[in-house]
Design a protein around this ligand. Structure first.
Ligand SMILES: Cc1cc2nc3c(=O)[nH]c(=O)nc-3n(C[C@H](O)[C@H](O)[C@H](O)COP(=O)(O)OP(=O)(O)OC[C@H]3O[C@@H](n4cnc5c(N)ncnc54)[C@H](O)[C@@H]3O)c2cc1C
Length: 457
């Protein structure tokens, strides 16, 4: 009798964006696929996300007259990470992101378009963020799984992968554990690890990202690093385990993210004394640290009606508006009273920003205002705290998304992508480019799916 109850050519661990995209790619390549998801309904970090994805050289960019390419994206990744990233993975993502996006749109009917309201910032040198207007990550994951169902790909839900079996370097199958404790074994021709990162695993955070170990986790609770740990126990290499995206603008108490566009379009962040304290445009992921360091641990995002109108297409802002979350005020002193900060300090913060805008020089915190509008009356404010959103280090892969061993070899039939794999965000927080999380899920998911189908033959 076989040690496995049944065997499937390509097994995928995790049903977030990476797993769903990998399933579609492996299926398109002619493989029989089984998707295994620990939750009752696949959602993952993907389902909590804003659902925007960076991709270079897409048809949608071309239709908008935007010049972009794998070369330009690669240069942006290397510049943002100060060269401290894996060049082979960076190349695979930079050159694979556009084809992955076009394939999802053309072949699988995903309604992505270039998001022209998400201006180039934080290291993306051009308009490169793609979205699905009026929709967020929850709609994205539901649509991806609709496509998975349309393709007839089976999903085993409420099935947590608890072990991976190998003979020498070759993966032979997995063990799954059901909520009641029942254990089953499934054989595979190839395995794709798409189980996300480890932001929900306090022990792993304490070991690899100690300065975020006690931070609020706003990511998915399934991000426990299962796939990374199981593969590492078989001798898989890991890298950049200190990399992550923190986010400084999680609204309190609503728990909804303020879209980055509110800052990119001219918003500022002040502490509860009314003072600005950081260049809000310097580091989208690392701004969590100065925010955490402020008295009381919370801050205020200050913006205005013009910025609100420009960002009104973003679902997260719509939800905040529906909840009456923004504090509104006709004048700055009124706003200071409404949010309980010092009016003189708040006025000084905006005066400083306006002076920098007029001079064309960076303000004392280093922000260069260029074409951004500074908030003007009437004003809006949202109370925010910092949190960790997702990790960016993980299994060392090559450009084919194949998992590498600590001894320098590789596993011929083991692949990884998305939050489970080493990304291209450098070793810490400062290398994260906006919308890279889903970019690696889409791009590496597709590469892993295609190569797993081949390896399983
Ligand atoms: C609030 C928020 C907003 C974000 N917005 C964006 C954005 O707009 N753009 C962007 O690029 N990035 C964004 N990100 C990051 C992005 O969501 C992630 O990088 C991306 O979703 C990772 O995809 P994934 O498929 O690798 O992981 P996930 O989507 O987390 O999927 C992993 C899946 O694996 C399952 N799983 C885990 N362990 C097991 C196991 N042992 N067995 C079986 N299944 C398992 C999980 O339940 C989960 O369903 C955001 C993150 C957060 C928290």
């Amino acid at each position: 009798m076989s040690e496995f109850e049944f065997t499937v050519p390509v097994v995928i661990m995790g049903g977030g964006a990476c797993g769903a995209v990998a399933a579609l790619a492996a299926h398109d390549a002619g493989a029989e696929v089984l998707l295994i998801e620990r939750d009752e309904r696949p959602m993952g970090t993907t389902g909590m996300s804003m659902g925007v994805v960076c991709a270079a050289g897409t048809k949608s960019q071309a239709a908008h007259g935007v010049t972009d390419s794998g070369e330009i994206f690669l240069a942006d990744i290397l510049a943002k990470t100060r060269g401290q990233t894996d060049p082979e993975i960076a190349r695979a993502i930079a050159f694979g992101s556009g084809p992955a996006m076009d394939w999802l749109i053309d072949t699988h009917g995903l309604p992505f378009q270039l998001d022209t309201g998400f201006r180039a910032a934080y290291g993306n040198s051009t308009l490169r963020i793609h979205g699905w207007e009026g929709h967020n990550g929850q709609d994205l994951i539901e649509l991806l799984h609709q496509r998975v169902a349309d393709a007839g790909i089976p999903i085993l839900s409420e099935a947590r992968v608890t072990d991976i079996f190998a003979t020498d370097d070759r993966i032979t199958g997995i063990e799954i554990t059901r909520p009641g404790g029942t254990v089953e074994r499934v054989g595979c021709g190839a395995l794709i690890i798409a189980s996300g990162g480890f932001a929900a695993n306090r022990e792993m955070l304490a070991r690899h990202i100690p300065d975020m170990a006690d931070a609020r986790n706003n990511g998915h609770e399934g991000s426990e690093g299962d796939g990374i740990r199981l593969a590492a126990s078989l001798g898989a290499a890991t890298a950049d385990m200190g990399a992550y995206q923190g986010y400084a603008m999680l609204t309190d108490p609503q728990g909804i993210s303020v879209p980055p566009g509110v800052i990119i379009d001219g918003g500022i962040i002040v502490n509860r004394l009314g003072n600005r304290f950081t260049d809000e445009m310097a580091d989208i992921a690392g701004m969590v640290h100065p925010v955490h360091a402020q008295p009381g641990g919370h801050c205020w995002v200050i913006y205005d009606d013009t910025i609100a109108a420009r960002q009104a297409y973003v679902p997260d802002l719509q939800m905040l508006n529906e909840l009456n979350a923004p504090r509104l005020a006709a004048t700055l002193p009124d706003l200071a009273t409404r949010i309980g900060v010092d009016a003189t300090a708040l006025e000084a913060s905006l005066t400083e920003a306006r002076a920098a805008f007029a001079s064309g020089q960076p303000d004392p915190l280093g922000r260069l205002w260029q074409g951004d509008a500074r908030p003007t009356a009437p004003y809006r404010a949202l109370k925010v705290v910092g949190a960790i959103y997702h990790t960016q280090g993980g299994l060392q892969i090559d450009g084919d998304a194949r998992v590498q061993r600590t001894d320098g070899g590789s596993f011929p039939n083991l692949f990884a992508g998305g939050g489970a794999a080493r990304s291209v965000s450098g070793p810490a927080h400062w290398g994260y480019l906006p919308a890279m999380g889903l970019c690696t899920a889409f791009t590496l998911g597709r590469i892993a799916g295609m190569n797993a189908a081949q390896a399983a033959r």
